[in-house]
Design a binder for this molecule. Sequence first.
Ligand code: SF4
Length: 84
Amino acid sequence: MAYVILGTCEKDDVCATACPDEAISHGTVTVDGVEYDQYYIDATKCNECGTCESMCPSSSILIDLDLTDKEKIYQKVSAAFFAQ
Ligand code: SF4
């Protein structure tokens, strides 16, 4: 499991600063012809502590198990960002 940042991310860097495992990065990536510009969580580094979720000012961070079908695209977007 890992936390995932949704497209409602307002690019406040509070999550990246607070993450104890330096799992959160900002940047752009294009997936299926759509460009995303937000923060992302590296699922291979996230220890599921929940710190980022509790601090996010736009409530844009969820544990992957709670993602709706529509929100699951952000797992794909995050994986694509860290694969580039
Ligand atoms: S849940 Fe914890 S380890 Fe995972 S990205 Fe958020 S702050 Fe970092």
